[in-house]
Design a protein around this ligand. Structure first.
Ligand SMILES: Nc1ncnc2c1ncn2[C@@H]1O[C@H](COP(=O)(O)OP(=O)(O)OP(=O)(O)O)[C@@H](O)[C@H]1O
Length: 246
């Protein structure tokens, strides 16, 4: 993307999100400020209901803050109308979920190419192959998801995310459906991608997953209440225990 080179990949400034209903108001995020540096791998943890999903949705422009501002690569999302925001989201960010969301009828190659096809863009076959290469699946490009292991399917989903050359990849429990060893392989891949300059923001409940990140942010009651830099899984688990006892 052609954006301000010095700007953080994603910045949230005093972001508040209040859900209002007849039953009252829920303050899901309370004045949250954080800059996600380019090429950083950040884990977001916190007890259930602490605001992790809301943060991800707002950072990705899927939901708008009640107050405050989100910028991606220096572009303020509130400066874009819905059409421009949809276009911007398509080119500047990508998602990886717990469920791989692949189409079983399509090969790995065609799954990676699908978002570009749906957007009416010309598919650059070399770029698709390059994305599959980066996740170690070049030789399995012609297989369909049912012919791949869970870890390999998640790699296809990561290749699909990489293919659009996004400013940021948002990952929501990317290893939640994988066994421990396969999960580690996927986390090592995300780590390697961040080392190569890709910005990754990952919500997780798993301290082991967080231990692959540069920084772990801890949320409670819609605020960042702690952070750990390059912490091991035991340190992350201990901080989470403290939070859950609050
Ligand atoms: N659409 C909504 N309407 C009303 N309240 C909501 C809505 N979405 C979320 N909330 C509330 O906002 C708060 C934060 O929710 P959020 O889903 O962001 O938490 P979370 O940390 O992702 O939780 P979990 O780990 O259980 O997925 C919670 O109190 C939740 O009940």
């Amino acid at each position: 993307m052609t954006q301000t080179p010095t700007a953080p990949a994603v910045a949230l400034e005093s972001v508040t999100r209040t859900y209002r209903s007849r039953a009252g108001s829920v303050h899901a995020l309370r004045g949250l400020t954080h800059a996600f540096a380019r090429g950083s791998f950040t884990a977001i943890m916190g007890p259930s209901g602490s605001g992790k999903s809301t943060l991800l949705q707002i950072a990705a422009g899927l939901d708008r803050p009640s107050h405050g501002r989100v910028t991606i690569g220096g572009t303020a999302l509130d400066s874009l109308n819905e059409t421009a925001l949809t276009r911007f989201r398509r080119t500047s960010m990508a998602f990886v979920f717990q469920s791989y969301n692949l189409l079983d009828a399509l090969t790995a190659f065609d799954n990676v190419a699908l978002p570009a096809r749906l957007a009416g863009l010309r598919v650059d076959r070399a770029a698709v192959t390059d994305a599959l290469d980066r996740v170690g699946l070049r030789d399995l490009a012609r297989r369909r998801p049912p012919e791949l292991s869970g870890g390999q399917q998640q790699r296809v989903a990561i290749a699909r995310a990489l293919h659009g050359r996004p400013d940021v990849i948002f990952a929501d429990e990317p290893t939640g459906a994988l066994d421990r060893n396969t999960g580690r392989e996927v986390l090592a891949l995300l780590r390697a991608l961040a080392d190569g300059g890709q910005t990754i923001v990952m919500v997780t409940h798993d301290p082991l997953a967080a231990s692959y990140a540069d920084e772990t942010l801890f949320l409670a009651d819609g605020q960042i209440v702690g952070r750990l830099h390059r912490a091991d899984a035991a340190a992350v688990a201990s901080r989470m225990n403290d939070l859950e006892r609050r």
